[in-house]
Design a protein around this ligand. Sequence first.
Ligand code: CP
Length: 310
Amino acid sequence: MTNPLYQKDIISIADLSRDELELIVATAKDLKHNPQPELLKNKIVASCFFEASTRTRLSFETAVQRLGGSVIGFDSGGNTSLAQKGETLADSVKVISSYSDAFFMRHPQEGAARLAAEFASVPVINGGDGSNQHPTQTLLDLFTIYETQSSLQNLNIAFVGDLKYGRTVHSLAQALSLFNCNFYFISPQALAMPDYIIEELDEAGINYSTHESIEEVIDSLDILYMTRVQKERFDETEYQHMKSAFVLNGSMLSKVRDNLKILHPLPRVDEITTDVDDTPYAYYFQQAENGVYARQALLALVLSNQFQES
Ligand code: CP
């Protein structure tokens, strides 16, 4: 079978078809059970973080090295010629891509990865651009959902927290809209899903509803996707008033479905209390580990046309 992702830029989840998403999930599953330590031998991947990251950067760099490749790059844009000498992103990207076989980046500005792809001579993979997109997070989320539910189809999924600025929930809702899932959106009104995502869901005929608390829907969920409500966006009184509606604690799990899994892109602040961590429903740390396999899958498919699932 021809590999449709070979040498492709990965900028937005909307650029990937359902078949391509399923291929990445299947490849991640395969690589989790059948490591391929030589697959990227002699390949160099540039890891360029113009904005802070723990999981995305480290899991990507782990993925490259476990596939036998090498990593160059930086983890803070502050010391680059772009930041200190006024170099344009276009010039930086042209040069860095001449040193590498693929270019992986995070940047604080929406659209930066798309711009970089115009100037790079190698595939660009977006590790998050402002509040816009985080496609590789979505790939690991899809892999984790598949791993825990044995399907991506017809699931009941709640998204909780900051749905306005949270780039992970934008990408994930777009991807799951290809799999006929039911969505429950739970957020303060000021942090509701952006109109453009709602319009896309309407066009795709997806079932969704909005709710004011987790308790309203928790007992019918397969996946509860938590995110942080950003305290800095509210005054203290308003924040204290709304906070309890968007915090998950262990006592709320007494009647949930057996197959429920709680996900979170992390970092967590206080939106999931630590008594949830030891329940069979918590899966956010396994989800973070799956970032390595999902990113290995992407690298294998983007950089190797010979890659075959075993
Ligand atoms: N989930 C996620 O993107 O985490 P980092 O910001 O640590 O990369």
